[in-house]
Write a protein that binds this ligand. Structure first.
Ligand SMILES: Nc1nc2c(ncn2[C@@H]2O[C@H](COP(=O)(O)OP(=O)(O)OP(=O)(O)O)[C@@H](O)[C@H]2O)c(=O)[nH]1
Length: 407
């Protein structure tokens, strides 16, 4: 699935850098990505999800808020048809899958803030200096501040201490060691999401904190699976927000996947049950279930998530076959807590890291990989449908260390 087009190297450090997505919790003052953006440590207090919110500005086109009449679940409820009429008249805000750049260029471009942050700091530490203990200490600080995690920071400095102590070391030498170490950490977790076609449907449950990119990722995945010829169904399990239901309907329209939805405020477990039953009856290949965003420290919301999973298991005891946690890279260290708690409560089977384009803290993925060894299936470096790709350790390691793919 990974697309490698020629010509991307020139754009690696590229001039036509898109305006980075603002990153909540960044040290650099920025404008928030969305109203739902999650602040960094200390952990924010959750606002209980509101039944109706105005749509995110950066989301796909949103119809005006509708009063959603109650009714039985069905593939295309009447109120959705009204929404679709409105959407048809609205401009399409979701990026078209036309991607002038190759994937590595987009990855490098997206990770540019992270890699600039690292490479500039490394360069400032290694300006014509022999490698001594003080320099190694400084380097360790730089690596920790880049969110790579203490273990990785120590591994890198220990390698340098062993091989290069008291010798001239350039920033580029250090970046090479960094790339090698990061790749070693990431290689075991870079695993594709394998769809077991013997499951009809293969059920993917998408979970994560508010605004982490669940719905957008579902849309991007639906597009990928549909392009592979799979028959996909979506379930609008974020029943807290009418806008989220509509957002998923837009993705359903775009990808040709029917969307099981209920009016906002409906019971998410009931919706999941109906969706699994219907997808099974229709012999669908893949069912992707959206869920409302919830902070991991909100016990009652985590209980609700556990209930959704119990209800899914009533129809298929082996399901969900994949429980994917979407992590917003801009949340930095808080992502470690999210993996831990969602893992305990919901049995996360794999990770998707989004918004790597909006942060200088992409190193957090390395810390997460080392600590949890959970598969990382996909990373997102933009809002467009082509900005989600299977995760590849070598590409990521080279991009974050500021190298070209062939280096
Ligand atoms: N820059 C950037 N933005 C992204 C990426 N993935 C998602 N987004 C944006 O992040 C915002 C939130 O995405 P959603 O998919 O609505 O997040 P969610 O987790 O479903 O949100 P809730 O339903 O509120 O929990 C939207 O504006 C997306 O376009 C990414 O990889 N890069």
């Amino acid at each position: 699935m990974s697309e490698k087009k020629p010509g991307f190297l020139q754009r690696l450090f590229g001039g036509n850098q898109p305006e980075p997505t603002p990153a909540p919790g960044e040290t650099v003052p920025e404008t928030p990505v969305t109203p739902d953006a999650i602040p960094d440590v200390p952990e924010p207090e959750a606002e209980p999800p509101a039944p109706v919110e105005p749509p995110d500005l950066a989301e796909p086109p949103q119809a005006p808020e509708h009063d959603l009449p109650p009714g039985p679940p069905e593939s295309t409820p009447d109120y959705i048809e009204d929404v679709e009429d409105d959407l048809a008249a609205a401009p399409q805000a979701v990026a078209e899958p036309d991607q002038p750049k190759g994937w590595f260029a987009r990855l490098a471009s997206g990770l540019k803030r992270s890699s600039d942050n690292l490479t500039n700091s490394i360069t400032s530490v290694f300006t014509k200096r022999k490698l001594d203990a003080a320099t190694l200490d400084e380097l360790e600080d730089v690596l920790i501040q880049a969110d790579l995690g203490i273990d990785t920071a120590i591994a890198i400095t220990e390698t340098l201490r062993r091989d290069r102590f008291d010798k001239d070391v350039s920033g580029e030498d250090v970046r090479a060691v960094l790339a090698t170490e990061v790749e070693q950490v990431l290689r075991p977790v870079a695993q594709p999401l394998l769809i077991d076609t013997s499951k009809k449907p293969f059920i993917v449950l998408m979970i994560g904190v508010n605004g982490s990119g669940k719905t957008t990722t579902i849309g991007k995945l639906a597009q990928k699976f549909a392009a592979e010829g799979k028959s996909v169904m979506l379930a609008a399990g974020d029943t807290f927000r009418a806008a989220a239901i509509e957002q998923l309907q837009v993705w359903g329209e775009r990808t040709g996947a029917p969307v099981i939805a209920k009016p906002a405020g409906a019971d998410a477990s009931g919706l999941a049950f109906d969706a699994v039953t219907q997808a099974r009856a229709e012999g669908r290949d893949v069912l992707i279930i959206d869920t409302a965003g919830r902070l991991q420290n909100r016990d009652e919301l985590m209980n609700e998530l556990e209930k959704i999973i119990r209800v899914i298991k009533k129809v298929d005891p082996e399901a969900p076959h994949a429980t994917l946690l979407t992590l917003d890279a801009t949340t930095g260290q808080n992502a470690l807590k999210q993996v831990e708690i969602f893992g305990q409560r919901a049995g996360v089977t794999g990770l998707v890291m989004t918004k790597l384009d909006g942060t200088a803290r992409g190193g957090i993925l390395v810390a997460i990989a080392r600590k949890f060894s959970l598969p990382v299936h996909f990373i997102g470096v933009g809002e467009g449908v082509g900005d989600l790709e299977p995760f590849e350790a070598t590409d990521f390691a080279k991009a974050i260390a500021g190298f070209e793919p062939s280096a």
